[in-house]
Design a protein around this ligand. Structure first.
Ligand SMILES: NC(=O)c1ccc[n+]([C@@H]2O[C@H](COP(=O)([O-])OP(=O)(O)OC[C@H]3O[C@@H](n4cnc5c(N)ncnc54)[C@H](OP(=O)(O)O)[C@@H]3O)[C@@H](O)[C@H]2O)c1
Length: 250
């Protein structure tokens, strides 16, 4: 697919992989609707894109709210007339033991990481169908493939996103809509600084750069329509957390 002139919605666009993906899409001529809850953070990304000669619009939205997602997509249609690409990167999911995972913690993790993508997909797909096709990229995780210590809710959400992606493919391939699941290992984003993980220079050196995930996304959606690449796992070449399956292991 030639990306120039396409319209994308990127959730979680104010930080980490969502931000990098937005910048790279814009560099490739894509007009980007930037979505997260914090307007001021989105505006910085929007300004960065515009200063580089690209096109973007900030639409502060909580992806866990069906009503807000509806209004966000309506705004994109009003502004650009269509949606070609949806990237689901919005994320809330601190580590937590079973005891720490109370109902509110569970709900917020599942709502942001699983219900959010579902709401965005359900709202966007009719417009993609109308437009003759599209590309949906769900950012999964290796935590959607393997269990990790102290990550019950997050693991559940990411395994769920794998299931959602698989079922969605059955339903929308006939409409020329590709569903890609990009599943990173530990990637250097601001999120890690909000955790207790010990980020030594040696650990950081082994992380996947967030630019690499943006490149993987742009690469996968640029492939010809007859090529189907459902799953893009991206591993650390060397385990940053030597001897542990998770940095949050006791
Ligand atoms: N970092 C890693 O090592 C890693 C590894 C594997 C997979 N992943 C996955 O990669 C994706 C991106 O992670 P990241 O590390 O780049 O995250 P991040 O830097 O923490 O960014 C998270 C983004 O989500 C937005 N957000 C949070 N709650 C939201 C809500 N309710 N509605 C809309 N936006 C919301 C945040 O912006 P606001 O605060 O403005 O809302 C922010 O833009 C996630 O799906 C994550 O699960 C990350």
């Amino acid at each position: 697919m030639d990306l120039n002139g396409k319209i994308a919605i990127v959730t979680g666009a104010s930080s980490g992989m969502g931000r990098e993906t937005s910048l790279l899409l814009a560099k490739n001529g894509v007009k980007v609707a930037l979505v997260s809850t914090t307007g001021s953070k989105l505006k910085k990304v929007e300004d960065e894109i515009k200063q580089a000669g690209g096109e973007a619009i900030s639409i502060p939205t909580d992806v866990t709210s069906a009503d807000q997602v509806q209004k966000m997509v309506a705004k994109v249609i009003d502004t650009y007339g269509k949606v070609d690409i949806l990237v689901n990167s919005a994320f809330w999911g601190p580590p937590g033991s079973l005891e720490e995972t109370d109902e509110a913690f569970w709900d917020r993790t599942i709502d942001t990481c699983l219900k959010g993508p579902f709401l965005c997909i359900r709202t966007v797909v009719p417009f993609m169908r109308e437009n003759g096709g599209g590309r949906i990229v769900n950012i999964g995780s290796l935590a959607g493939k393997n269990g990790e210590d102290n990550r019950t809710a997050y693991n559940a959400a990411k395994f769920g996103l794998e299931g959602l992606s698989a079922a969605l493919r059955e339903e929308v391939t006939r409409d020329n809509i590709h569903v890609h699941l990009v599943s990173p290992a530990a990637t250097d984003t601001p999120w890690w600084r909000t955790t207790d993980a010990k980020l030594t220079p040696e650990v950081l050196e082994r992380f996947v750069p967030s630019e690499t995930i943006a490149q993987a996304i742009v690469w996968v959606i640029s492939q010809p329509d007859q090529v189907h690449i459902p799953d893009v796992p991206v591993y650390n070449f060397r385990n940053p957390f030597e001897g542990k399956s998770s940095p949050f292991s006791e």
